[in-house]
Design a binder for this molecule. Structure first.
Ligand code: CA
Length: 236
């Protein structure tokens, strides 16, 4: 996933860039509105600071929106409600206020991408996690050792969410917010039931660790590390 980050505050931009890269986002960073509008490489989502040195971020937002459907998430130090409303009216898809954590930003990106996925074709082909597991996000299919695994819709959503950031600790709130139709997901207890089902169905391919009073962390089991230490996705 490619992110265009428009932010003039260097420490903020740098930490956000590092954080996003850790989760395998490709980040193009520009520090002015002019550079944002001049940027021609394709990207999947824009993170747009409103307080830019050369132009009003809202004008940049408007101009980007006039060009197409790329999702825009406004980031601002001005945490007031007017900004939020104006940002959304100007065509932004979502809004985060400083200070924010990288996980919050990622959760927003994910939510926004899920919303726009039908209109923007994102990466195709299944994602590979270790030697045994693949998740085909377009077909919503999961395979273990090449054999399709039957998952309930909630189980699939949960797996698709947790595999977007293997190793990251995701809170229950983030999970409930990110999965499709969070309300239908039912009471918090149900989440544990789905986690248990995934553990059972995908034993040996992933582990899901419960972190008390916080949430869950998925890890990919990489058995083949002895023969090939960096076997990520290029599998022949
Ligand atoms: Ca700024």
């Amino acid at each position: 996933m490619r992110v265009l980050l428009v932010e003039d505050d260097e420490p903020v931009a740098e930490s956000l860039r590092r954080g996003l890269q850790r989760y395998r986002f490709a980040v193009e960073w520009v520090s002015t509105g002019h550079a944002a509008l001049a940027h021609e490489d394709p990207y999947d989502v824009v993170l747009l600071d409103l307080g830019l040195p050369d132009t009003d971020g809202l004008d940049v937002c408007k101009a980007l929106r006039a060009r197409g459907e790329v999702p825009i998430i406004v980031i601002s130090a001005r945490g007031d409600e007017t900004d939020r409303v104006v940002g959304l009216e100007t065509g932004a898809d979502d809004y985060v206020s400083k200070p924010f954590g990288v996980r919050e930003v990622i959760a927003r990106i994910r939510t926004v991408m899920r919303r726009v996925q039908p209109r923007t074709a994102v990466d195709s082909g299944p994602d590979r996690y270790g030697p045994r597991l693949t998740v085909d996000r377009e077909a919503a299919r999961v395979r273990l050792d090449g054999v399709e695994v039957a998952l309930a819709p909630e189980e699939y959503d949960l797996l698709a969410f947790l595999t977007e950031e293997p190793g990251a600790l995701m809170s229950r709130e983030q999970i409930m917010e990110a999965v499709r139709d969070g309300n239908r997901f039912g009471p918090a207890k149900t989440l544990d039931v789905h986690v248990a089902a995934l553990r059972r169905k995908l034993t040996g391919a992933i582990t899901i660790e419960a972190v008390r009073e916080v949430g869950f962390r998925l890890e990919v089991v990489r058995e083949s590390s002895a023969s090939a230490p960096e076997q990520d996705g290029s599998g022949a």
